[in-house]
Design a protein around this ligand. Structure first.
Ligand code: BDR
Ligand code: CA
Length: 310
């Protein structure tokens, strides 16, 4: 069993990542913390609570994180995720409260108490993770790795150079990539291959439980933004669930170890994850860059996992 902490900004694909994680008992979710990103921090926290209420998992401690990036104003993505951050499905109002502590405190408590090293799974901007790693160097040795969604070794999706999660808080990403903790980077290189097609949504819709119906509604909404022909997509790239799929079935993925640096100053390329694929620098690899996915295997994993709900 792998113990994980989800740090997310739900967010349609964050929501599906959470649903995938909680469907699989091989993953022990120690906490959910929320970051500001896809929507404002009040909304992403509210969405996490609504999702866990739907999933009947009020036993999982939840709390909100930093209100804004370390050194910049917050940028949000309502054009992708709607005004609520989770437009589309009907979700219940939360039936429980967040913990009365910060995301850093909750992460520290869970990592400290865990009898096995914990994997951090950030699927939003890296603000909370950077604050936690900076505040608690004594806990780094009990972190197994960081499996994150963010970045790209090629083009960006928010600017020509940068992927959204890294672009929102590049200073935080810089801290995380320099922390010396093993990183698995599920960036656009792989997530743009992890597309969900209309026929896949039909498979999900055919699963007659409320969680699968919610996922189908999430996917229907998520499709809208990605249908713009400028992307050249056939479906919608399901970014964040790639992290959970990598933990559950690493055999679905291919990767390469390399050094990744974060651009924090150039106006043109700020937020770029500069991946040294050909070892052109003498910097040692700090990252497992995930490059390819078995898309059909990924979709099958999602469908099988949704069948675990009743
Ligand atoms: C990332 O940005 C967000 O909109 C998604 O939730 C994902 O984490 C993709 O660039
Ligand atoms: Ca996200």
């Amino acid at each position: 069993m792998t113990s994980i902490i989800l740090d997310c900004d739900p967010g349609h694909d964050d929501a599906i990542a959470m649903i995938l994680a909680l469907a699989n008992p091989q993953l022990n979710v120690l906490a959910v913390t929320t970051s500001a990103g896809n929507q404002t921090p009040d909304k992403t926290l509210h969405n996490a609570l609504r999702l866990l209420t739907l999933l009947n998992r009020s036993d999982i401690p939840v709390t909100g994180g930093a209100l804004k990036p370390l050194a910049r104003e917050l940028i949000i993505a309502p054009e992708v995720h709607g005004e609520s951050g989770l437009d589309g499905p009907k979700l219940p109002e939360p039936t429980f409260q967040p913990q009365n502590c910060s995301a850093t405190e909750l992460m520290a408590k869970q990592v400290r108490q865990s009898d096995q090293p914990v994997t951090l799974v950030p699927t939003g901007p890296l603000t909370n993770i950077a604050i936690f790693l900076t505040a608690h160097p004594e806990l780094h040795s009990n972190i197994e790795r960081i499996v994150l969604m963010g970045g790209s070794a090629g083009p960006g999706n928010w600017t020509a150079a940068a992927e959204f999660n890294i672009y929102v808080d590049p200073e935080a990403a810089d801290i995380v990539f320099k922390a010396g903790i093993p990183i698995v980077m599920c960036g656009l290189d792989v997530t743009h291959q992890a597309q969900i097609m209309d026929c896949d949504i039909e498979r999900v819709r055919a699963i007659k439980n409320p969680i699968a119906q919610c996922v189908a509604d999430l996917l229907d909404f998520f499709m809208i933004y990605h249908r713009n022909p400028k992307w050249g997509f056939e479906g919608a790239p399901l970014h964040d669930p790639c992290t959970i799929a990598w933990l559950l079935k690493p055999e679905l993925f291919q990767s390469v170890d390399c050094h990744v640096a974060i651009e924090t100053s150039s106006e043109l390329t700020v937020g770029m994850t500069v991946a040294d694929r050909y070892q052109l620098t003498d910097k040692p690899a700090n990252c497992t860059l995930v490059t390819d996915i078995d898309r059909q295997g990924f979709v099958d994993l999602i469908v099988e996992s949704l069948n675990n709900y009743s």
